[in-house]
Design a binder for this molecule. Structure first.
Ligand SMILES: Cc1cc2nc3c(=O)[nH]c(=O)nc-3n(C[C@H](O)[C@H](O)[C@H](O)COP(=O)(O)OP(=O)(O)OC[C@H]3O[C@@H](n4cnc5c(N)ncnc54)[C@H](O)[C@@H]3O)c2cc1C
Ligand SMILES: *[C@@H]1O[C@H](CO)[C@@H](O)[C@H](O)[C@H]1NC(C)=O
Ligand SMILES: *[C@@H]1O[C@H](CO)[C@@H](O)[C@H](O)[C@H]1NC(C)=O
Ligand SMILES: *[C@@H]1O[C@H](CO)[C@@H](O)[C@H](O)[C@H]1NC(C)=O
Ligand SMILES: *[C@@H]1O[C@H](CO)[C@@H](O)[C@H](O)[C@H]1NC(C)=O
Ligand SMILES: *[C@@H]1O[C@H](CO)[C@@H](O)[C@H](O)[C@H]1NC(C)=O
Ligand SMILES: *[C@@H]1O[C@H](CO)[C@@H](O)[C@H](O)[C@H]1NC(C)=O
Ligand SMILES: *[C@@H]1O[C@H](CO)[C@@H](O)[C@H](O)[C@H]1NC(C)=O
Ligand SMILES: *[C@@H]1O[C@H](CO)[C@@H](O)[C@H](O)[C@H]1NC(C)=O
Ligand SMILES: *[C@@H]1O[C@H](CO)[C@@H](O)[C@H](O)[C@H]1NC(C)=O
Length: 552
């Protein structure tokens, strides 16, 4: 009897505690919401959606899920934000930054939501404090694009997709393009800020190599352009991951010449059709041929009737010229591939981004069929031997579901010094490897992640010793911040940015010393923890001195 009473007491007590806890979690948000309202411009009312204990706005989950592009992070176990601000105006971004910083609440910035680790909309709860609360600043409504044909530039807001940018360029000019990724739904914000690449990388470099100006809102709520931010910060947000420095509102990019007719092509071979010899030769050719040609190699495991499990190699890509010229070039440099005119399709540059059988309006589609996905990357500095390739094929056949993508560098990439932008993987690099694995059901996650790690470990013998990695393929297994220390950040920072990491840290320490703009793989501040005290005291101090509000 007595024990059941004390059990009841315990139960009541814990219910009370739980409700207190809930209240206290909601009470975090009251001052934040008040602050948002205070900073909103009545002409442009600020819209946000809540999932608080006491109040849930019904559209919350559809707003959250609209830009979740990896089903791994659609599950209920992924930490959920409490508030999503859907910015429609510069003042909304300012309000989000100011209210987040002064209330010491973590903010995630989302443009297209394609981050491989969901870093723009979740907190990695496998490592961090499960009670952490955060909000999302969602940029998808900020998607204006202005083209200046005289200057051959486009000013594009970061919530636009690459497809929207491509479409706008293509419907303005037949002979201009922009070198960026091949997936039209990718967001401009994450892509350019992280140093994205596409089919024209060998001719024009990365998307971030073609930025001439930017508008960024920094931790004190000020909007800066290239002149007012200075060349250091402007350097950092072209490949160093802009989310460590501020919210980029727009990038102004240089458009590049493209011919009216380009050629896409594809030649598929199986192991039995000499893939080993072809891949061996590809290493010589693809990074060291005319920069008009981007010849990538996609590899996966096929189950054929005749041969059973085999490697399927697809040699494909883009040529900035006619099919006739391409065939001539390849029959000279790579006759073994046997590319024929029948393997080519000629079309406009915009068409090449949606494929021959779709209207270019498909570039505007924001729909995306997400799957469960994990990606990792490596860089190759010396050719792999034929025996080496045989080993890789055996490993792939054993693992079955892992796909390898080889993207050649060279061309323009060789000519840009490693310190020109934060992106360092240039002169010694022959090609980049992406390891990708997709799966269909949540319970296949562990086995799939293990496979991804197994191929990555196996490849150590063939790739750069320091395991340099491609930042836009964000990979939390390279290490993440728990305490936001310099030492933690160095682990992944050197892999993504090489020695440029140190300059990024210097810049970060100057423009965001209080580390408001942080995430699992953000650039750390020099030797201190990621608290907000410095910013708060800075704000109070200046407010006192000048007798007016520092921010806004
Ligand atoms: C299907 C698919 C195809 C891809 N294809 C390519 C490809 O061809 N080439 C390539 O290089 N990469 C490719 N990627 C990777 C892609 O470039 C990166 O994931 C990129 O960061 C996505 O940008 P986003 O705006 O869509 O992502 P988000 O998830 O919104 O953002 C990614 C990161 O950028 C930050 N961020 C976003 N917007 C801003 C902003 N306005 N200001 C400051 N920080 C911001 C976020 O906080 C987050 O840290 C692909 C990814 C996917 C899922
Ligand atoms: C809303 O919050 C509750 C409590 O934290 C959580 O269980 C739920 O999954 C959240 N819903 C969404 C759509 O994020
Ligand atoms: C993502 O999760 C939501 C519930 O949170 C669910 O309604 C939706 O169907 C899921 N999306 C997919 C593609 O499974
Ligand atoms: C989760 O984190 C632990 C270390 O804290 C690590 O051992 C484990 O592999 C991680 N799991 C996943 C799925 O990343
Ligand atoms: C376009 O660029 C030209 C040349 O740089 C400049 O003179 C002009 O003002 C720009 N036009 C607009 C509308 O910004
Ligand atoms: C950049 O901002 C400064 C200060 O706000 C302004 O004077 C200047 O005209 C801006 N430059 C451009 C190119 O917009
Ligand atoms: C495979 O390639 C090698 C070397 O390029 C060549 O000697 C051989 O004839 C090729 N075999 C087939 C079946 O094409
Ligand atoms: C590129 O090819 C040329 C011959 O066409 C060769 O002389 C040169 O050494 C090659 N360069 C590299 C980096 O492989
Ligand atoms: C993070 O900080 C906590 C508390 O100070 C400490 O126990 C933990 O070891 C630290 N973790 C790392 C990875 O530095
Ligand atoms: C805000 O921060 C930027 C960058 O650090 C600085 O240039 C600017 O002067 C600051 N503005 C105010 C009002 O303090």
């Amino acid at each position: 009897m007595r024990s059941s009473i004390s059990l009841l007491c315990l139960l009541l007590l814990s219910l009370l505690l739980l409700s207190l806890l809930r209240e206290s979690s909601d009470s975090t948000w009251k001052p934040f919401e008040d602050c948002l309202l205070k900073h909103q411009d009545p002409k442009f009312p600020l819209i946000y959606f809540r999932n608080l204990t006491s109040h849930r706005d019904p559209p919350f989950s559809s707003v959250l899920n609209a830009y979740v592009r990896n089903l791994r992070f659609n599950s209920s176990t992924a930490l959920k934000p409490s508030i999503i601000i859907t910015a429609r105006h510069e003042s909304h971004v300012k309000a989000a930054v100011i209210c987040g910083a002064t209330n010491k609440i973590q903010m995630k910035i989302r443009s297209g939501g394609h981050d491989y680790e969901g870093s723009s909309y979740r907190v990695d709860n496998n490592y961090t404090n499960p009670n952490v609360q955060f909000f999302i600043l969602d940029m998808f409504n900020l998607r204006d694009i202005e083209i200046n044909l005289t200057a051959k530039t486009a000013r594009v807001q970061t919530g636009a997709t690459l497809g929207e940018l491509y479409y706008k360029i293509a419907t303005t000019s037949q002979t201009l393009g922009f070198p960026a990724g091949t997936c039209p739904s990718v967001g401009v914000g994450g892509h350019i800020g992280g140093g994205g690449f596409g089919n024209m990388i060998r001719k024009y470099g990365l998307s971030s190599d073609n930025v001439v100006d930017a508008g960024i809102i920094v931790a004190n709520g000020t909007l800066l352009n290239r002149t007012s931010m200075g060349e250091d910060l402007f350097w950092a947000i072209r490949g160093g991951g802009a989310a460590s420095f501020g919210v980029v509102l727009s990038y102004t990019v240089k458009l590049v010449p493209v011919p009216e007719i380009v050629t896409t092509f594809k030649v598929v071979k199986t192991l039995e059709e000499n893939v080993t010899n072809l891949a061996f030769k590809w290493q010589d050719v693809a990074p060291n041929i005319t920069e008009d040609l981007f010849l990538k190699l996609n590899l996966d495991v096929e189950n054929t009737e005749r041969e059973g499990k085999t490697i399927r190699a697809s040699f494909e890509g883009l040529f900035l010229g006619t099919c006739h010229r391409l065939v001539k070039i390849l029959s000279d440099r790579f006759p073994e591939l046997g590319l024929k005119e029948s393997n080519c399709n000629e079309m406009s540059w915009a068409q090449s981004l949606v494929g021959i059988d779709k209207p270019i309006e498909a570039l505007l589609s924001r729909s995306f069929s997400a799957s469960y996905f994990k990606g990792k990357s490596d860089y190759v500095e010396k050719p792999i031997s034929k025996v080496g390739f045989d080993g890789i094929w055996n490993k792939m056949i054993k693992l079955k579901d892992v796909k390898l993508y080889f993207y050649p560098y060279g061309g323009k990439m060789f000519t840009i010094p490693a310190s020109e932008t934060p992106f360092p993987h240039r002169d010694k690099i022959l090609w980049k490897i992406q390891y990708g694995i997709n799966w269909k059901k949540p319970d296949e996650e562990k086995a799939s992640l293990d496979k991804s790690m197994e191929i990555y470990d196996y490849m150590a013998q063939f790739v750069s010793e320091d395991r340099r990695s491609f930042f836009p393929y964000r990979d939390h297994t390279l290490g993440i911040n728990i305490n936001y220390t310099y030492e933690e950040g160095r682990k992944y920072g050197l892999k993504y940015f090489g020695d440029n990491f140190y300059r990024l840290v210097e810049i970060k320490s100057k423009v965001d010393a209080a580390n408001f703009f942080k995430n699992e793989q953000s650039i750390p501040v020099k030797n201190r923890h990621g608290d907000f005290d410095e910013l708060i005291s800075l704000v109070t101090e200046k407010k006192g001195k000048r007798g007016r509000k520092l921010i806004v």
